[in-house]
Design a protein around this ligand. Structure first.
Ligand code: BG6
Ligand code: MG
Length: 218
């Protein structure tokens, strides 16, 4: 019998492919500032909060700006990002998510969203998945972003389960670290060469079953 009682999911890049929209919006901003960001550099932004991402990008381009200017740039990026998000429908849900969630609910597991995005509730509404989660922890409910474990430990606490009873699903290096630091079993979705700290790695939820995750997390 598995001790696992809850599955905690990241949003961007796990449930829905908004990771590409974040990248496109940041790339546009970098171009306006006179430099470029690569896909490889973008890996270090995944799972990282909006302002921390901006700081990393500015440092990457060797640009120093006062706080008010930074706030304006972050707002600009967010409005470009929201333009892309506003066109999103349930079709943007990643392959395998619907099947996986029906297995999760059938198995009686609790579910939480653990995203540092302040736009997470809006995105869940657009794709019609708000009701798929028992608890939603987003960027407005936490004080520390990933790799700090707060987003996941808060989710576990609100669900009334211990970290050892949770499995985290993450596509980002910072998110995998957050889950591990929170004392949870972490499934990395992406490349094993990138998500080296994950306990189990698969290309996406489409290649996994709930039974397989439960048996590997024992
Ligand atoms: C995470 C993304 O889910 O949310 C990051 O992986 C993003 O790329 C972060 O920076 C914050 O999102 P938002 O929507 O609040 O700007
Ligand atoms: Mg992610």
């Amino acid at each position: 019998m598995s001790q696992i009682k809850a599955f905690l999911f990241d949003l961007d890049g796990v449930i829905v492919d908004t990771a590409i929209y974040h990248y496109q919006a940041w790339k546009r901003l970098a171009t306006e500032l006179g430099f470029d960001i690569s896909e490889e550099f973008n890996e270090s932004l995944k799972g990282v909060s909006r302002m921390e991402s901006l700081d990393l990008i500015l440092a990457h381009g060797g640009v120093t700006l006062p706080d008010e200017e930074k706030a304006k740039l972050a707002d600009q990026k967010n409005s470009w990002y929201l333009e892309l998000v506003s066109r999103m429908t349930a079709e943007a849900i990643l392959p395998g998510v619907a099947t996986f969630f029906s297995q999760v609910h059938k198995a009686g597991l609790k579910t939480a969203l653990g995203s540092v995005s302040k736009n997470a509730p809006l995105i869940l509404e657009r794709i019609g998945m708000t009701d798929a989660f028992d608890v939603i922890i987003d960027g407005t409910k936490i004080s520390k972003g990933k790799p700090d474990p707060e987003v996941f430990t808060k989710g576990a606490a609100e669900l009334g389960v211990s970290p050892a009873e949770c499995v985290v699903f993450e596509d980002a290096v910072a998110g995998v670290d957050a889950g591990k630091r929170g004392g949870m079993f972490v499934v990395g979705l992406g490349s094993p060469d990138v998500l080296t700290q994950a306990d189990l790695v698969a290309p996406s939820l489409a290649e996994l079953t709930v039974d397989e995750v439960l048996s590997k997390s024992e």
